[in-house]
Design a protein around this ligand. Sequence first.
Ligand code: ADP
Length: 398
Amino acid sequence: MDFSQTLIEKSDAILDKWVEAVYQDQEIEATKELTFKAIQDSLPHVLKALATVLSKSETSDLQTVVDASLEHGRLRAEQGFEPEEIAREYRLLRFVIFSFLEEDLLQASPKDVLRAVRLIDTVIDEAIARCFNSYTQARLQELKQLQNHLRLTNQELTRLVRASKDSLSHLAHELKTPLTSIIGYSDLFLRQHRQQLGVQDTYSNIESIERVLKNGRLLLRLINDTLEISRYEAGTMRLQPTLTNVPELINSVIEIIEPLARAKQLSLVVNCDRAPEQVTTDPLRLQQVLTNLLSNAIRYTESGLVRLECWLLTQEQWAISIADSGIGISADAQVEIFNPYFRAIADPQVQNSDGTGLGLAIVSRLVQLMQGEIKVNSELAKGSTFTVILPLEAVTQG
Ligand code: ADP
């Protein structure tokens, strides 16, 4: 009994039924995007090759199936089929072929039936294996192209970011000189006018010049802070750890901050009894972190106190906390306060306009540079506590 003859004679009908089955199958989603013709495209070759191989009793001559299945796999990869959709496609082929051969098989001897089933299974399995092979190759190729494309895009983006950072830093440096002279001259003008008692200048002129001075200073701080952030992002900021006397450093920070607290009639409490005497850190950076946190605490507190505490935490770490009884920070804002330019506008009345939104972004980067960590604990209308944990011995990094 020659089953291949039936296959060859009915190949058009088998093909139609197969394509129809693939097209209708809800689990083969890739076909939704394709036309009937597109699905059919490579199937005739596969089917013809299968029939040819089956017509010979030797399974060894599989080259035609191999070629046709490879082509089929490439096409399916192009069409966006998933591997399980291809497997399902072949399962449907097996089903259709057996449904067409059913009549012949019922009349054949068990030996012939067994031979036909084995042969058809072997050939279809081989076809699936080859099809997957070329499918995987095509997908790998696609991935490689994508990877190359991404690499080039990444290079281009890095170049653009670097160029824009360079020009931003350049612009910031250029702005600093005229701005410093605007501030210098307005300051001088104001001081002279305050000294010359008989001057006829109007109050509003003085007020305008004070505004120029205030905004000029704010702009200069913004520029300096932006430059600081970009230096950190560019990786050019280096830690310079030295043996540092903790009480001396704390005192020098308090001396700077004290007048600000006094101006707002806030009590400034310091408790560093349990602090280590000496640590190895970058004293300038630490001073910068503490003045920033303390001036924020004062800026966002209208009454009550600001407390600085430091203590030995473990054999390797020490901690500094700065707590205030100010406006507090909402839970949502706490997640964002370390991002550049973020300002939590909880109460516009209390929120001063002289902030840049860069202070905490710089603080968190500096703490990271000092190999430490910073945490915030706060409740709206109750106050905030910023805790910085630092190593007792920071190491110089290459
Ligand atoms: P800014 O220059 O605006 O103070 P920061 O980066 O230092 O910028 O702080 C970001 C925002 O976090 C501030 O605008 C303020 O809303 C909030 N914030 C910072 N410190 C405190 C604090 N001690 N109490 C309440 N809010 C604070």
